[in-house]
Write a new protein. Structure first.
Length: 220
């Protein structure tokens, strides 16, 4: 494999892992709002357990990045992380049902993105860690769906259908925006690795990373 392909592969992998790392930081912040606003103690305890899953993801992805010579970015996404936090805050003001609908919307993106990246990874260790994380996200999302049904929100109701369309649209829009951010992270990673003498090569790798991430964001 040529040096150019090796560079493109490595910086794309690190940038993609950093995208997931930031996604978990987004989630942890959102969980804090949800836990504080819920009144059902059983629900609050379940979300504490789910938040612990996201905190474990942060630890595991941080290690994956470091083991591959990358620099972990320990912060939420900008600006989408702020938007997702605002959605959760708005849900908290709208009552328990609105809160869980907002929570479910944010969890959809995590569920789908983890699953896509796990399936597309050519690094066996990364694929294994991300597949387990994807299973966590599926469990979180399914819990929200079941809990909303118990609260009387039928998946076939007009309200639920409208919410689902908004949820899917928001997740895809966030994925595309975060794909652009992933490209910038790939560029940062390439420069950090001392490839300043190959700026065109680094730029091409970064653009490729952003295009791949954005394309993944448009998939169902």
């Amino acid at each position: 494999m040529s040096d150019a392909l090796v560079l493109a592969r490595d910086v794309t992998r690190i940038a993609t892992l950093n995208d997931l790392l930031q996604l978990d930081h987004d989630a942890v912040a959102g969980y804090g709002i949800a836990i504080g606003a819920l009144t059902n103690e059983s629900h609050r305890q379940t979300l504490r357990e789910f938040r612990a899953d996201h905190e474990r993801h942060i630890e595991e992805i941080t290690r994956l990045i470091q083991d591959r010579g990358g620099k972990p970015i320990q912060s939420p996404h900008l600006p989408t992380g702020v938007f997702k936090l605002a959605v959760q805050k708005a849900g908290a003001l709208g009552g328990q049902t609105a809160l869980l609908l907002a929570f479910k919307a944010n969890e959809r993106q995590a569920r789908d993105k983890y699953r896509r990246v796990a399936e597309s990874s050519d690094d066996l260790e990364v694929a294994d860690v991300l597949a387990r994380a994807a299973d966590d996200e599926i469990r979180h999302y399914d819990w929200a769906v079941r809990t909303l049904i118990e609260m009387g929100v039928s998946p076939d109701s007009t309200t639920a259908r409208i919410e689902r369309v908004i949820e899917i649209g928001s997740a895809r829009a966030a994925d595309v925006m975060e794909g652009l951010e992933t490209g910038a992270m790939a560029l940062f990673e390439g420069v950090r690795r001392g490839t300043k003498e190959q700026p065109l090569l680094v730029a091409v790798a970064a653009i490729g990373a952003g295009l791949v991430a954005s394309a993944l964001g448009r998939r169902k």
